[in-house]
Design a protein around this ligand. Sequence first.
Ligand SMILES: Cc1cc2nc3c(=O)[nH]c(=O)nc-3n(C[C@H](O)[C@H](O)[C@H](O)COP(=O)(O)OP(=O)(O)OC[C@H]3O[C@@H](n4cnc5c(N)ncnc54)[C@H](O)[C@@H]3O)c2cc1C
Length: 434
Amino acid sequence: MKSTVFSSLYQQGKVPHIVIIGGGFGGLTLLKKLANTNCKVTLIDKNNFHTFQPLLYQVATASLSADSIGYPFRRTVGAIKNLSFIMAEVRSINQEENCVVTSEGDLTYDFLVIATGSKTNFFGNNQLAKLAMQLKTISQALDIRTVFLQEFEKAVRLSEKHDSESVKKVLNFVIVGAGPTGVEVAGALAEIKKKILIKEYKEIDASLMQITLIDAGSCVLNVMSEKSSQRAEKYLQEMGVNILLNTLVTSYDGEKIVLKNGKELLTNTVIWSAGVMGNPILGLQPDVYLPNGRIKVNVFNVVEGTKNIAALGDIAQMQNNAYPHGHPMVAQPAIQQATNLARNILMGEKDKSPKKFTYKDKGSLATIGRNKAVADLGNISLGGWLAWYVWMLVHVMFLIGFRNKIAVLFNWAVKYFSYKNTIRLIVRPFVRGN
Ligand SMILES: Cc1cc2nc3c(=O)[nH]c(=O)nc-3n(C[C@H](O)[C@H](O)[C@H](O)COP(=O)(O)OP(=O)(O)OC[C@H]3O[C@@H](n4cnc5c(N)ncnc54)[C@H](O)[C@@H]3O)c2cc1C
């Protein structure tokens, strides 16, 4: 008789069928670790590619093309016999039948892993959810790119009519949320103002372009050290970004953003990066879903109250003394949890005890602009060009696929020497509300 949750998967020499929902950092790591082993693994994702989310903002701001940060799952699965991929959206879990209900039919599992990541949190404000831009997927990044390029073209026409009030409105880009994504988008837009608007949109008075970064907290990058936060704020100010701290947004009607302090800003473009929440799949016991959308798991990433369902990465909340609200919703916990879970599944065949998950914090990074980044590595805080090089190195290292690494390096080199974000194509017009 096998004795652990994981060893019971291999009862009587059975080859267990492991189903992974979501091929993000967590799901893809698990898939790779289980390649060429004694289990059958099926990855289900609603897209046919993995998205490298940390560089989404560079797609949104025309530094990188979409295909350099995506990687097709079938290239990973390839000819490996025990791996397969299904492109489908998972709609629910039927725990009694051990099956998942997907847009392409039902699929049974012996062990299920939920790795569906997170989604943007608008804190219940439906109007904002409808009208603000988000940055979680490649298609949303392309929408942001299109929007700012469309607004530039609009500004050219308005400038020719000498309508500077309207020019100001279309060129006012408001970013809500001064975490790494908000800071990176604000910095990139500030560089576009300086290097592209001034030089290539000669009809426009570039001084009318405003980039406003709003946060409810008292500092930017509040997930990083005080030193990095102060450095980032200084860089942003030097680049001309207006920073509004301790400021809550109450509404946005598509043209005017209203702040809790009574102030109003006229803008056609609000990019919302003020929060994320778990992106759960329904069908589990109600008490495992937390108000933040995450799913409660134990120290082995097994969903509480279940025997053959695990969750990992952004969707999983494993609480302990060091992380009473769960691990940070960044790539490393997802990768490390997937590595530990793969080990435990494989050790199950030998009936060995599973290993508890412990998180190794490898540090945090954020880039603000050319030669301007911040890095917290243990007790060391780096800034300026050194942090910028570390940021680039780490991102290229973790990017999936050799072609993508080369494409990203090439684009960065072109941008570095030409001072231009060159991928400025409006390939499909963006119409708000569609
Ligand atoms: C703009 C941005 C910048 C970021 N920058 C950084 C950074 O610099 N450093 C860092 O460490 N982290 C960063 N993060 C966070 C990091 O990307 C996430 O923490 C990480 O991706 C979480 O991995 P995951 O495997 O849990 O989920 P994800 O990587 O989000 O993957 C989830 C997968 O599940 C799929 N999926 C979801 N629902 C379904 C469904 N119902 N059916 C089928 N498939 C589904 C999705 O298509 C996706 O492929 C950033 C995130 C964003 C959005």
